[in-house]
Design a protein around this ligand. Sequence first.
Ligand code: ATP
Length: 351
Amino acid sequence: MAAKKVVVLPGDDAVPEAMAAAMEVLGAMKLDIEYVQFPPGERWKRGDTEVRARAAIDASDSTLFGATSGKTNAILHLRWGRQTYANVRPARYMKGALSPLRSPEGIDFVIVRENLEDLYLGLEGPLSELRPLKAQSRFLRAPLDTSAEGRYAIKVITERNTRRVAAFACELALKRKRAGGPGKVTCTSKYNMLRESDGFFRAIVEETVAGFPELRYEQFIVDDFARRVVQSPHELDVVVAPNLYGDILSDAAAGTVGGLGVAPSGCYGDDYAYFESVHGTAPDIQGLGIINPTATILSAAMMLDYLGFAEASTRLERAVRTIYAEGKTLTPDQGGHAKTEEFARAVVANL
Ligand code: ATP
C-alpha cells in the first residue's frame, strides 16, 4: 500500500489538459503516492456516484483538483464538506515569467483568503423575501424598499472562521519568517464602509496577530490595498482577506507575476487540504493544447509539501523555475510557442 493516497479530479473545459501534464510530471517523480483518478467533467449524481466519490475523498490524504465550470461539482464537498477554510494563493515571481511590471524580481507574497463564507455562502434571493427593513443597522445609509423589484445577497463573517483563517495566516508568516521572510501580516477589507462585517473581520485579525509577538501587523482598506498590489507588491508578505476580496485580489496578484497561467493555490482545513490552480477552466483555449500547466504543476508542488514530500516539492518547483529562466519552452501566455505537453516534458527533463 502506498504511503499516501491522492484523488485527482481533472475538472472541466481546458483544465484536464493541464492536469494531464501535471500527472505526467508527478508520475515521473515516482513517489510513494497512489493516485485515484476520476474522468474529466465527472458529475456527481445523487446516490451511488456521489457516495463513492465522497468516500474516495474521505479515504484520501489530499485532492488535486482542476477548476470547474459547474460540471465537476466535487468542490462543494472539498470546500464546505471538508471545511478547508484557508485558501493560500502565493504570488511569487519566477525569472523569465511575463510580468507587466518593470521590476517584478523579488515579488514574493501570499494571499490567505477565507474560503467558506462572506458573500460566497450563496445566500441570495428576491428583495421581497426580506421583511420590510426598519433601521436594523446603525449604519444603514438609506431606507430599503423591499417591495421594489431587485435581489439581495447576504455577507456573513463569523468569529470562528475569521479566527481560524487569521491564525493560519500568522502560522504561515512565522514559517516564512524562519525561512528569512519579514514576518508581517497584512489585513485588508472594506472596514470603513462595512463597519459591522468587514470591521469585525479586521478587529479579529488584529487581535489574533497580537497573540504572535514575533509578527508585525498592518491593515489597508481594500481599494488602497488593490493599488499596493500593483505599485508596491515587494512590501507584502502574508495577506489575509475575506473570501470575495481575496478571490479578486489574488487574480490581480497573479497578474503582477505573470498571469493566471503561473498561479497555484491550496485550500487547507484542520484535517484535509486540496490543491487547485487560481485560474478557471479557460474554455476559450480548450482543445488547442496550449494551456499553461505551470499553475497546476505548482499546485501539485504545494500538495507534495503538505503530504510530507518536502524535498520532492522543492525539486519540482526548481525544475519549473529552470524552464522559465531558460525561456526556451514557454507556453503562448508567457510569450512562447510551446505546447502544454512540451512544457510537461521539459519539467520532467529538469527534475
Ligand atoms: P473563474 O471565474 O472560473 O475563476 P476566470 O474568470 O478567472 O474563471 P479563466 O478561466 O481563469 O477565467 O480564464 C481567464 C483568461 O485567462 C482566459 O482567456 C483563459 O484562456 C486565460 N487562462 C486562464 N488560465 C490559463 C492557463 N493556465 N494558461 C493559459 N491561459 C489561461
